[in-house]
Design a protein around this ligand. Structure first.
Ligand SMILES: Nc1ncnc2c1ncn2[C@@H]1O[C@H](COP(=O)(O)OP(=O)(O)O)[C@@H](O)[C@H]1O
Ligand SMILES: [Mg+2]
Length: 457
């Protein structure tokens, strides 16, 4: 029901002209008093009715407008009061407008959510800095990097104060171009980061002025250092026998020229050193070949039980009284598998067991079919090789590093006993290529067990 004051005012506007006409007619006595008063009454009632009708329609329209502005669906309620045809048209147009506005704002919401999801899930840490250089936002990778629950704080403050980064941010803002810089963060763990400061012009909707994209280069730097170390180690390993060879050649040319007995002895040592260099080069070449093919899985299948027996027989001359006991079914297939590479695995592990086991001791080699699961084993059917010796075992702290190139538990012992220090690195790469798993177990004083899980049936 429209307010009374408004109703009367509207009725007055509607009825003013006909009422005035009636009044003039009455005053000029053109019509009888009675009919004039009746006509004026009729006009007043009509005006009141029209005003009511008009105001109710207008109220309805303004409700529709408010609903559209407030993004509210209440407007689709059925119309109870009769409508003026023009008002009905406008109302329908308004309903359509409200719907399309709603659809558009839903679309904008979805687009924003998509943008946020992209930024949030980017693998690289990303920060948004405000005008005052404080962090407005940090995506998930950044929060992980800086150990944040949400928002900013913690190590992030230290990062933002880093002179290299703040310099890059200032340059980016001054020059309005992206600026990169390398950072070294010593705490809490040493990290090498590359930061890229990208100015936002115009500023982002949330007031962000600079986006900082970080990439953690620690891993890459570690790989670079490892490569450099590898070259240094390889050269060092080759230089030792080479120096010894050169030394003996000098001696044989000079002081020992006429000493037949010494010559014989020196030539023996030279042959050993030459053999050692050959072994090293063979292992280096084989390692680089395996590394090259590591990303493509092998093809074919291998009867590992048969291979194990063959390798054990081939190593007998090296065993010096140690017995190799084999517990394996007549045949057990690994697939996909590369026979030559698996032979290399068996040779290396058996050789190590023989070399580090007791003299006249016992090396046990077993081969079993596993259906999947089990501690530290993949949840697929496969075969499990285990080679155990009765040697001194390996102290726990060395176990994770055994597969590094040239890593030896006792620097002197390995070299003295003729290993290259590359055997387990080769084993590891071959097992990786076969999508298998290498597990090393040892209790000091109780020998060591090397297990290899391979896919098979
Ligand atoms: N069965 C084992 N018992 C004790 N130590 C072992 C055994 N196998 C390997 N190791 C240790 O792991 C090191 C690396 O082995 P490997 O890579 O085969 O090199 P290499 O045998 O040429 O020294 C060895 O030097 C040795 O210290
Ligand atoms: Mg070895």
């Amino acid at each position: 029901m429209p307010p009374l004051g408004r109703l009367l005012r509207t009725a007055l506007i509607l009825g003013a002209v006909p009422l005035l006409v009636q009044l003039v007619l009455l005053l000029t006595e053109e019509v009888s008093t009675r009919s004039a008063i009746l006509a004026m009454l009729a006009v007043s009632l009509m005006a009141l009715g029209l005003a009511w009708f008009w105001l109710v329609n207008m109220a309805r329209l303004s409700a529709a407008l408010q609903a559209a502005a407030a993004d509210d669906d209440a407007f689709s309620r059925p119309f109870r009061t009769p409508r003026l045809p023009a008002v009905a048209d406008i109302e329908e147009a308004l309903t359509r407008l409200a719907r399309s506005l709603q659809a558009r704002s839903a679309l904008v919401g979805r687009l924003r959510a998509a943008d946020e999801a992209i930024v949030e899930n980017l693998p690289d840490p990303l920060l948004v800095l405000a005008e005052d250089r404080s962090a407005l936002r940090a995506n998930r990778a950044a929060r992980q990097l800086f150990g944040l629950k949400s928002g900013a704080g913690g190590d992030l403050a230290a990062l933002l104060r880093h002179p290299a980064l703040s310099g890059a941010v200032e340059r980016a803002l001054a020059e309005q171009t992206a600026q990169g810089t390398d950072l070294h963060l010593p705490v809490p763990v040493a990290r090498e980061l590359h930061a890229q400061a990208i100015p936002m012009n115009p500023p982002l909707a949330d007031g962000g002025r600079v986006v900082v994209v970080l990439s953690d280069r620690s891993q890459m730097r570690a790989v670079e250092r490892m490569r450099a170390d590898f070259v240094a180690n390889a050269s060092h390993e080759l230089r030792t026998p080479l120096a010894s060879l050169i030394g003996f050649i000098e001696t044989l040319r000079g002081p020992a020229q006429d000493d037949a007995e010494a010559r014989e002895r020196f030539l023996g040592i030279m042959a050993t050193q030459g053999e050692r260099m050959r072994m090293l080069i063979d292992d280096l070449l084989s390692l680089s070949r395996i590394e090259l093919s590591e990303h493509q899985p092998p093809q074919g299948e291998t009867d590992v039980a048969e291979l194990l027996r063959a390798e054990a027989v081939a190593l007998e001359p090296l065993a010096k009284g140690t017995r190799i006991e084999i517990a394996a079914p007549p045949s057990l297939l690994a697939s996909p598998a590369d026979t030559e590479q698996l032979a290399q695995v068996l040779r290396n592990l058996l050789e190590n067991a023989l070399r580090h086991g007791k003299t006249e001791g016992l090396v046990r080699a077993s081969l079993t079919r596993v259906t999947g699961g089990g501690p530290r084993l993949p949840n697929r059917p496969g075969i499990l090789l285990a080679i155990s010796d009765d040697g001194p075992g390996i102290p726990r702290e060395h176990i994770p590093r055994l597969t590094e190139r040239f890593y030896r538990v006792e620097q002197g012992r390995g070299r003295g006993t003729g290993g290259t220090g590359l055997g387990l690195a080769i084993v590891k790469h071959i097992v990786n290529r076969h999508r298998g798993q290498l597990i090393i177990e040892s209790e000091p004083g109780q020998g060591a067990t090397f297990k290899v899980w391979l896919p098979g049936d």
